[in-house]
Design a protein around this ligand. Structure first.
Ligand SMILES: Nc1ncnc2c1ncn2[C@@H]1O[C@H](COP(=O)(O)OP(=O)(O)OP(=O)(O)O)[C@@H](O)[C@H]1O
Ligand SMILES: [Mg+2]
Length: 393
């Protein structure tokens, strides 16, 4: 038994206190404190926080029941076990004592063995209860730590994924700019060649410069778009958005890169479609995420197979729809259910984080839209986004 166990004995007859103390002293490991009335008992308990209280019921002034009630009402003292001291005949009192939260009772006159046994038992119980509580606390702390660790890991992953998609976008943009740049280089070379050969005339020069300017414009256009795109991604600004423009801008960013991967685009963009309400750069990000998934899904196809991505926009009475379909490896029925969950991925860690679709989902929900998927493994995937249509504007 723990040497630190402090027992409070409350009785208004001091000879009783002496008797109890003598019996319990056989164990030689308890410290005793005393109270001879109810008020004193409450005050001593609050101050000393004993491990066990032996409480006489009948006392003048505040009786044992009242002391018990006061102690149980305060969270500081509520869990200190109380054993009532009663006369043998007081069976009603015993019931009342239990109702008030006592753990046990001992009848007077005291039997030595019974008193020792009950006190030992309840002190032991209290000790195990404490140990349990301590364990529970430790467990909760461990769980908390584990959760925190996981949250940090997820944060890192999100950070990594943002960097990766930035990297992917940068690679795409390089392709987009390379094309017109190659055009410019060729044009300038042609002009130089003709100058050397003295076969240059005004008409030719004018014609060639017009071509050059077209390419310069294209590069300017791409760079301007990237600038706004990266800035407006963070914005919460909503406006009427033309979905066709969103598709065209996304292709401006990655179209050539995909074509270099032998991917063919099939565009079915309905003209004069009603606008939707949202942020066009976020919507473009959503579409870029879908396109990037399609590109990955088409990767394993051989050079001799056609790699297709179909982008379709159309409207019905209430909605504007955008579909992205590819004839890539498709999605198994089992995976379809988890598709929009953050961190769900079937790709290797250097290829995918599993955030693309969950981010897309968030963007579409923010615009009060719906996103769904249809697929057949080995054949195709089709992601459909529908957004509320803005009418009469
Ligand atoms: N068009 C598709 N064809 C086949 N599988 C797809 C397609 N789109 C999504 N998936 C499946 O859904 C998973 C989750 O896609 P999501 O875009 O959320 O993450 P990811 O592409 O794996 O990684 P991240 O987009 O973060 O780089 C993918 O790993 C893939 O298995
Ligand atoms: Mg993805």
């Amino acid at each position: 038994m723990n040497e630190d166990n402090v027992i409070l004995i409350v009785d208004d007859v001091s000879i009783n206190i002496q008797m109890i103390k003598e019996i319990l002293n056989e164990d030689k490991v308890y410290k005793f404190i005393f109270a001879t009335n109810g008020n004193q008992a409450v005050a001593v308990t609050r101050k000393a926080k004993p491990d066990l209280i032996l409480l006489d019921i009948i006392m003048s002034g505040m009786n044992g029941f009242e002391v018990c009630e006061v102690l149980k009402a305060s969270s500081e003292t509520a869990d200190i076990p109380i054993i009532f001291l009663t006369a043998k005949t007081e069976s009603e009192a015993i019931v009342r004592g239990f109702e008030l939260g006592a753990v046990d009772y001992i009848t007077k006159p005291f039997q030595k063995d019974e008193l020792l046994a009950r006190v030992r038992t309840h002190l032991k119980l209290r000790q195990s209860e404490r140990a349990l509580r301590e364990n529970k606390k430790n467990l909760e702390r461990l769980v908390q730590e584990e959760l925190e660790k996981r949250r940090k890991q997820e944060e890192l992953l999100i950070q990594k994924s943002k960097l990766e998609s930035l990297g992917r976008l940068a690679a795409g943009i390089a392709h987009e700019i390379n094309q017109p740049l190659a055009g410019i280089a060729m044009g300038v070379e042609n002009i130089l060649l003709r100058t050397v050969n003295k076969r240059i005339d005004k008409e030719y020069l004018k014609h060639e410069c017009e071509f050059l300017l077209q390419d310069v414009d294209r590069i300017k256009h791409i760079i301007e778009h990237i600038r706004i795109f990266s800035r407006e991604q963070q914005s919460v600004f909503f406006e009427n958005v033309d979905i066709k423009e969103v598709v065209e801008n996304a292709l401006l960013m990655v179209g050539k890169q995909y074509e270099n991967h032998n991917i063919k685009f099939l565009l079915e963009l309905e003209e004069n479609i009603a606008p939707v309400f949202g942020n066009k750069y976020k919507l473009e990000q959503a579409l870029l995420n879908l396109l990037s998934n399609s590109k990955d899904a088409l990767e394993d196809k051989s050079r001799f197979e056609t790699k297709l991505i179909k982008i379709k926009t159309y409207q019905d009475t209430e909605k504007i729809c955008l579909e992205v379909e590819d004839n890539g490896k498709g999605i198994s029925e089992e995976d379809v259910e988890k598709l929009f969950e953050p961190f769900f991925t079937t790709k290797s860690p250097d290829k995918g984080t599993g955030l693309g679709l969950s981010i897309t989902y968030g963007i579409i929900k923010e615009m009060r839209g719906e996103i769904s998927v249809q697929s057949k493994a080995g054949e195709y995937s089709r992601i459909k986004i529908s957004l509320p249509k803005i009418i009469n504007q």
